[in-house]
Write a protein of this length. Sequence first.
Length: 114
Amino acid sequence: TGVQSEFISSHLKQKTTGRRTFPKKGQTCVVHYVGSLTDGRKFDSSRDRDKPFRFKLGKQEVIRGWEEGVGQMSVGQRAKLICSPDYAYGNKGHPGIIPPNATLIFDVELLSLE
């Protein structure tokens, strides 16, 4: 259970490789993401809307898997977050979109911090 993070890529320029910037509680994280179920069905995507998603870290505006997963990412990093049901929408799911007790997979890119 919990959240597993897998590093996908980093778009950091060579000059900034040594200086990573991690989000702090209270900062606004600006991300692009694609959310899917374990069978590969996509249920949401900020990329499809061509509009990044913003949330404040530590303010419980997002699921626990994002709080922990994105909190460990550095600006410019892209990761796959695999969120167990207890770190996602639990036994309730999200009616019509996410079934109960679903493990969710997010492809998340941390674009910037505000």
